[in-house]
Each structure stands twice: as C-alpha cells, then as structure tokens.
Design a protein around this ligand. Structure first.
Ligand SMILES: Cc1cc2nc3c(=O)[nH]c(=O)nc-3n(C[C@H](O)[C@H](O)[C@H](O)COP(=O)(O)O)c2cc1C
Length: 731
C-alpha cells in the first residue's frame, strides 16, 4: 500500500514537472560551464587567502588616489573602481598586494546571459520565475519521494547502499544513479526553492544600512591605515566590497561589506563607527546562490552539471519503467465487486497473464462483466457466478510468487453465491511435479460448498496455444459464452531474439551425459554469468532456459542431454560455425555479489555452469569456494581443466567435490556438513552463499543451512536470504 503511495506521488510529481525540469536541467548543465570558464582566467593571485586589508588598502590608495571601491568576486579575483591619475575611468583586476593591474573585466558572454534568463524566468519575467520556482519545489518533493522508494525497495535505511537487483537497464540505473546523485539534486532543489521564495519576498531580508552618528566621529589621534586594528584582522576572503572614503574629510569613512557583516571605519583613527551583522536570511540566500550555481567552486560546478545530466536520465528511465509496467498491466473495465466472471492468475514470468488477458478481452467484448487479478488478491466477489483460475507451477510444485498467499487467504473468504469454477494449470512436463499447484487449487475449490466444478482441471504443457484453445472451446460451450480463441492468437512473438554463433561444443556418446557449448553473440550484448539464455528449439512458443557462464566474451552453457529433451537435443545437434537464435534474459538476483568478501558456490551436475563463468571473471586472490556434486569422476572431467586453471590462477580459492557413485559416495550436502563452521563464519562476516542445480539439492542444502544458521548464528536461513546473502537459482 505504502509503496504505491510513494510511487504514485513520485510519478505524479514527475509527470507534472518533466517539461520544465528538462529545460532547467539542460540550461543548468550549460550554466555550470560559466563558473568553469571564468575560473581559468589569470586574475587570482597566490597570496590572496593570506592578504589582509592592512596590506592592501593603503597600497591601493597610495597608487590610485581616486579609488572608490575594491571588490572581491566569487572567483577570488580582486578588482578596483575609480579613476586613475589622468582622471580616466578605472575598472581593473589587480594584484591586491602590489596594486599591479592584471587585466580588465570583459562584458558578460551574451550566450550565458541568454541561457541564464531562460533558466531563471523562461523569458517571461515574474511568471516564468514563478514556474521555475515551482519546478524546484516539485524536484524537492520528487527527491524525497524517490528516497522513500529506495528505502522501501532496499527494505530499510541501513541497507540503503546495498546491492540492487537488476531487472532491466532503466530500473537498475534509475536506482543506482538516484542513490549517487541524491544529495546534489536535493541541494539543487532546496537552494532553487529558497532563492525563489526570497525573490518573491516570502523570506524577509532586511537591508543592512550603516547610519553613522556624525557627532561622535573623532578626528584624532591620526593613525596609519596599515596599523588599523580592524584592517589587520580582516583577510580578503572575508570581503565582498570596500568603499573608500569619498574625501579626506573625517565625516567620510571606509565601508567594509563582509560576508557576515557590514563595518564602517573612521579613516583617521581606524575606530569602528558601526558594525551590523547580516541577517540569517541574507546569509542563506548567499549560500543558496553559491550552492545552486557552483560559482565558488569549479569541482562543485562539475558535480552540479553531472547531477543535472542525471535528472535528464531519470526523466527518461522513469518514463521507460512506467510504460513497461503499464504495458504488462491488466486493464480491468469492471470492478471486482460488480463482475460476474472472475479470472484469478498465478504467474511468475507473465506468460499466463497473456492467456488470461485473451479470455478477459473476449468476455468484455461480448458484453460480460469480467475482472482479472492475481491469486494473492483473492477475496469475496459479491456478484461472481463464474471463476477461472489460471496458474503456473514453480519449484517443486510450488505456487508462483503472486499466488504464494492464496492457500492462506482462500479459507477466509466464502463466496456468498454459488460459483462455477474451472482451473487451468500451466506447467511443463520437464518438471517432475507437472502443474502440481494447479491441482492443489482445484482440490481446495472442490471442497467448498459454494463452488460448483464446471470442467475437470485442464493442463497446458509448455504454454501450448493448442492445448489452451481446447480448454477455451470446452469452457465456452459449457458456460454458454461465445469465445473465439484460436491458437495463432496466443503465439508469443519474441522480438528480442538475437543471433549467436556456435564456437565450440564438446562431444558426447549417449543421453544422460553432459556437454559444454560456447556461443558468441553476433552483436554486442550486455550479459554476465548467472543470466539466462532462452532458446526456442521448435521455433514456436516452447522456450528452454539455460544458465549462462560468461567465459571471455562468450556464453558457455553446460547441458545434460535428455533422451526426449527438445532443448538439449537441439543444442547437441549444433556444430561449430552454426547460428542459433536466442534471447538473453537478465537474471539480476543471481549475479556475482561484487562486494562480498567471500563467496561459497554450491552446485550439482550442470548447475556448475554459471559458477565456471563467475570464477573466470574474477581477478587473482578472489575468495571463491566451490562445492560441487557429480555422479562420478567421469562427469566432472568435462570441467576439470577449467577448474584447475582457475585454481592455479588463484581465481578459485578452494575446491570440494562430492561423487555420488565413486569413492566415499557422498553428496554436496555432506561436504558442507563437514565445513559447517566455515559456512557459518562466511555468513557472519557478510559473505554470500550461492546455489545452482537441482531443486532436490536445493531443498537438502537449504535445510542444512537453516540448521547451521539456527545453531551457530541464532537466526533462520530466511534472514540471510532476505539480506541477499543466500542466492538460489535451481530448476
Ligand atoms: C525455474 C522453473 C521451475 C518450474 N517448475 C515447474 C514445476 O515444478 N512444474 C511444472 O509443471 N512446471 C514448472 N515450470 C514451468 C512453468 O510453470 C511454465 O513454463 C509456465 O507456463 C510459466 O508461466 P508464467 O510465465 O506465467 O510464470 C517451471 C519453470 C521454471 C522456469
């Protein structure tokens, strides 16, 4: 609930301000070059920071008797105004200790003036200034809502800078760069807002005026200005301007405008006639100006330029993320409470939603009130007369994440009217527990007195459009609702397929054995070990996923040949030089944890594939420990050379192999039991444990890890899972 509020506010604020924000960012980037271009001018002297007014004012007055003002600008350049000995107008940069003229001010660049006017007021004066001020304020709110979103995503402030799971380019860099540029953007927004409030008079800044009591001005004893105590105390960096006395008359005095106060000084005695502190509001306005423009520091100006560039990227990536989300969103025309047909979906990777949406569209097009939602959102549907459950199965017959709470909430909500139901299970015969979760859902429905079974549970293997259309036809007939779901309507197109050349493949003699295949993307691809390669062996909807090991710039897969396995047979048929089409799927939750000091990699069989890549990508002296299980030494022989090479290069610190049919006949779990203390220490010291291989291995190892965590660390394994210290990718 809360995540939605922050997300909606973040989005709403971005939508309402993105045009002006883009303009302000582009002009902001350009304007950050202004201080940089000024700072390279040769008017700053080495002794500037140490020079006192006692050292500079008498020299200047002697050299330029008609001097009227000394000014110190944000670049620490000292300039004087007045007239020279010939009575000509004087306006020059000088060396404050010698009075030597270093150069003359040039008129401000017309280009920067133009961009400044656009940045500040859009060329429409006060109205423009108001909109720009409002945009600054909206940026401030966007920064706050963005910070809240990151805190929620990372599950706490303490984990603010921990690893981000990469779902896609836009999402990943939106969060990563957002965290890095949070502080500068917050400062830009806050200072911009403050400057606007000050400009519109919301922040009072009383004028400092130094009314002097002329009757009290002393005319002696006369002192040399170089000995004035106040001049000796004040250094040039504290000064904004110094107004020189107009004449030698005692009633004319020095006025020193400093950063924090204004001081008037008797030109004969050096006494302070009056001292007024600058109001806090004026100091804050000055500070906001410095921070907003980068005029006092070249480095800060560069940081501001980068932060402004990031704002432009956030606008792009934020909208890219929103459009992506909206594209996969279910568009319900009718509400849950008014719909007769309820379609409940359990899906991990979204394909089941495609099927559900096809039915939903047909129903609404036929004038029926229909509503699609996730199984986790199950509740009382007061008008429902028909329910269709479409769900995938994952893991060892487990529900997909968006159906994980269904069993718990289902019992709580009794439907008030009789409801006819039909369950469609989506699964794959490659898994031992084919559509198991769908069968469980069908059973719990059947036990309810309000639920009337309409059809036997129907299963769909490998997203088969034909099998789904068969169900649609039967359901349509029994429900008396016309549906025209043809298989061609349901075929998913894979636009992001790319071509890969087969570089190498090891030979095998029979099924049950494993082989390695190396593939080289034809175009530049961004992937890493742990990502997945999706292939379509029959060039249709049937997809097979393999875990990628990145070796050099190539993809290496480790595959066990199954007698009836479509994907493994297809890849085994390939020869070097062949081209295949496939899709690289980013699998951020299983990337190598760059920041962990020690990583334990646990695999069985071909699950070693991503780890071979991750180890290969390391530098020497990496703290990687590999625990792997194989049938026998022959099965491991395929990987031996690569593993030994990386042991020698110290990319792999330790290797532990369990053979289930050779020698001691043990499993990878037995190796870990022997090293319990090391496993516990690794987790305790913020190390990471990664698992890849079969689901039964995963179950055994997770049970062991839980035991180790409970007994040695006093926490459950799920604690470490939720902190990203136990990563799994099993199948
Ligand atoms: C890691 C993984 C585990 C799976 N486990 C099972 C399973 O145990 N039983 C099954 O029938 N199908 C299993 N499947 C197949 C999916 O249920 C099937 O592809 C489904 O159509 C995916 O739907 P979705 O894209 O909506 O998540 C698994 C798929 C993957 C990728």
């Amino acid at each position: 609930m809360t995540i939605s509020i922050w997300r909606y506010s973040h989005l709403a604020l971005a939508v309402s301000s993105f045009l002006l924000l883009s303009l302000a960012s582009v002009t902001g980037i350009v304007l950050s070059f202004q201080p940089l271009s000024e700072k390279v001018l040769p008017y700053r002297t080495n002794h500037f920071d140490e020079t006192t007014l006692a050292q500079t004012l008498p020299t200047l007055r002697k050299q330029y008797p008609e001097i009227s003002e000394l000014a110190v600008d944000k670049n620490k350049f000292v300039s004087i105004k007045g007239s020279d000995t010939d009575g000509k107008k004087l306006d020059a940069y000088i060396d404050p200790q010698t009075g030597k003229i270093l150069g003359y001010p040039t008129p401000k660049s017309a280009f920067f003036e133009w961009v400044t006017a656009l940045h500040r007021s859009l060329f429409i004066h006060e109205t423009g200034r108001f909109f720009i001020g409002l945009t600054s304020f909206l940026l401030l709110l966007i920064t706050v809502s963005g910070t809240m979103l990151i805190i929620q995503r990372q599950r706490g402030l303490k984990r603010f800078f921990t690893r981000i799971v990469r779902e896609n380019f836009a999402q990943y860099f939106h969060v990563v760069l957002g965290r890095l540029s949070l502080v500068p953007i917050f400062i830009i927004a806050l200072s911009g807002t403050y400057l606007s409030l000050a400009r519109f008079g919301f922040i009072e800044s009383p004028k400092v005026s130094s009314e002097v009591d002329f009757d009290a001005i002393k005319t002696g004893p006369a002192k040399n200005p170089a000995d004035f105590e106040i001049f000796k105390q004040i250094r040039l960096p504290e000064v904004q301007t110094v107004e020189f006395p107009f004449s030698e008359d005692p009633e004319d005095y020095y006025t020193l405008k400093l950063h924090d106060r204004e001081v008037t000084v008797n030109q004969i005695t050096g006494e302070i006639l009056r001292e007024i502190k600058s109001p806090t509001s004026a100091l804050l306005t000055e500070l906001s100006g410095d921070l907003h423009t980068g005029r006092t520091s070249g480095i800060w100006a560069i940081i501001l330029a980068i932060a402004s560039g990031n704002i432009l990227f956030f606008i792009y990536s934020g909208f890219a993320m929103t459009f992506k989300r909206r594209a996969s969103r279910v568009r319900n025309k009718y509400g849950a409470d008014e719909s007769e047909f309820i379609i409940l979906v359990g899906s991990e990777n979204g394909s089941t939603f495609g099927f559900a949406n096809a039915i939903h569209q047909q129903l609404t097009a036929g004038g029926k009130s229909a509503y699609v939602t996730e199984l986790n959102n199950y509740k009382v549907f007061p008008k429902a007369s028909n329910m269709i459950v479409m769900t995938a199965t994952y893991g060892l017959g487990n529900p997909p994440t968006n159906a994980a709470h269904f069993a718990k909430i289902f019992e709580k909500h009794k439907q008030p009217n009789p409801v006819r139901f039909s369950v469609v299970g989506f699964g794959s015969h490659s898994y031992p527990d084919f559509c198991k979760f769908a069968f469980e859902v069908d059973n719990v429905f059947a036990r309810q007195d309000w639920a009337i079974p309409m059809l036997e549970i129907h299963t769909v293997n490998d997203k088969s459009p034909d099998e789904f259309s068969q169900w649609a036809a039967s359901w349509s007939q029994l429900a008396g609702v016309a549906l025209s779901i043809s298989p061609s309507l349901l075929i998913t197109r894979h636009e992001s397929l790319q071509e890969l050349t087969v570089i190498d493949k090891t030979e095998i003699t029979s099924s049950g054995e494993s082989f390695l295949i190396s593939l080289r993307p034809k175009r530049r691809s961004n992937f890493t070990s742990g990502d997945l390669l999706a292939i379509y062996p029959a060039n249709d909807h049937r997809e097979r996923l393999y875990s990628i090991g990145k070796i050099g710039t190539d993809i290496q897969l480790s595959i066990k040949l199954h007698a009836q396995g479509q994907g493994s047979s297809y890849l085994n048929r390939q020869d070097s030089g062949n081209t295949i089409s496939a899709r690289i799927v980013s699998n951020g939750h299983f990337h190598f944890p760059e920041k962990a000091n020690s990583v334990i990699m646990i695999s069985n069989g071909t699950g070693i594939a991503p780890f071979l890549g991750m180890i290969d990508q390391q530098t020497a002296n990496a703290q990687c420990h590999l625990y792997c299980g194989f049938r026998d030494q022959k099965s491991f022989a395929l990987y031996n050379a690569a593993v030994q090479k990386n042991l020698e290069k110290k990319k792999l610190k330790s290797l532990h192999i369990a053979y289930s049919r050779d020698g001691e006949k043990q499993y990878v779990k037995d190796l870990l039991t022997k090293d319990e203390a090391f496993v516990a220490d690794t987790l305790k010291n913020n190390g990471v444990i990664m698992l890849c291989g079969s689901l039964s291995m995963q179950n055994n190892v997770v049970a062991l890890l839980d035991h180790i965590c409970q007994t040695r660390l006093g926490k459950s394994v799920s604690f470490y899972q939720s902190h990203g210290q136990v990563l799994m990718d099993c199948y």
